[in-house]
Write a protein that binds this ligand. Structure first.
Ligand code: CMP
Length: 139
């Protein structure tokens, strides 16, 4: 995959709280183009596989429970330097540390329930996009 792409999920907390539209608005306003998108729900097996890198962390069980409790929006986004630009837009993992105006500052409630995911590298963006989308679902 191209290095100008990243992968995101609008997480169950933000979906439950009715923030899908506002978050997509901010993503568009920041100049990202949507290359793929779906409204879906992770099974326990999906979440354990997606977050396998965190499986030894003390919060892993909580993370899987949270990410499977309701639907999410998964998307592939494009912009120059997408991974870094998107991480700036969403803010720090912990909303208490997130900069003013960032998506997590506005919509996240805690370090666990933090409204959105953003890939941390081009390599992971490609892996995560491929986890959710087939080639014919990315435009
Ligand atoms: P994200 O960066 O999308 O992917 C890893 C997730 O693990 C992170 O978002 C949080 O949702 C969650 N996470 C990270 N740190 C903690 C923590 N200390 N307690 C609970 N959940 C966490």
């Amino acid at each position: 995959m191209h290095t100008n792409r990243t992968f995101t999920m609008i997480k169950p907390d933000a979906v439950e709280n009715g923030h899908i539209g506002a978050i997509l608005e901010k993503i568009n306003a920041a100049g990202f183009t949507i290359k793929a998108m779906k409204f879906t729900q992770l099974s326990q097996r999906d979440a354990e596989a997606f977050y396998a890198v965190h499986k030894e962390r003390p919060f892993f069980g909580e993370l899987v429970e949270f990410m499977t409790r309701g639907p999410i929006v998964a998307a592939v986004l494009e912009k120059e330097n997408a991974v870094a630009e998107f991480r700036t837009l969403i803010g720090a993992t912990n909303p208490e540390e997130a900069a003013e105006g960032t998506i997590r500052k506005l919509y996240a409630s805690s370090v666990g329930e933090n409204a959105v995911h953003g890939s941390d590298s081009d390599e992971n963006a490609a892996i995560e996009a491929a986890f959710h989308f087939s080639g014919r679902e990315i435009f």
